[in-house]
Design a protein around this ligand. Sequence first.
Ligand code: NI
Length: 196
Amino acid sequence: MPESFSKQSPVLEAFIMSILKVARLGHPVLRKVTANLAQRELQSAAMQKFIDDMIETMKEYDGVGLAADQVHESKQLAVLEVANNPRYPNKPDVPLTVLVNPKVTPLSDVLEEDWEGCLSIPDLRGKVPRYTSVRVQAWDRNGQELDYVATGFHARVIQHEFDHLNGKLYVDRMRDLTTLSFLQEFARYWLPARDE
Ligand code: NI
C-alpha cells in the first residue's frame, strides 16, 4: 500500500480520495508479472480505498482503464470504464468494472487492428492487433465471481489491461512500429483515416 495510508487518520482515510502517481515506460514495475490477490486482502479497507483511488486516477487522466502496477502496486487488479471519453471519442460505453485476478481467453482467432494509447506511455498512439472477442473470468471488488464475454473495443481494453498485469505493454503487441505516433502527428496524419 502507498505510504500515505499510514500517515492519515483512519477517519480521514475513508473520505479522502487520492490521485495516484502513474509509472511510465521504463519503470521496472510495469514489466513484472503481478501477484494474485487473496479474498482477505481484497476485502481490507486499505485495498478498497486503493481501488477507489485507482478509479479516481483513471478518471483524472481520462483513461479507459488502469492496472494496479501502473500505480506501483504489483497486484492482479485493474479498473476500466468508457463513457464519453475525450481521449477515445466515438467508442461504445463500457460500465465501470473492477477486475481482480482476471483470466482472459480469446473466443476467436480474429484479430483487429485499432489505435491504442496508455497512461504509462504518454502522448503516443499506435495500432495494435487484438482479439475481437474474449471471455473474462475474474472477481469483482467484493470478491464475487464474474464470467462474461466482451467484444470490440471493450475486448480491446480488457486485453490491454490484462497485458499490464502480465508485464506487457501495447508497444510489445504492435506488428511493427510504423504507426507509432505522437498525439499531434496522430491527429494530423492518421485521424482522418480513423474510420477507413
Ligand atoms: Ni495502459
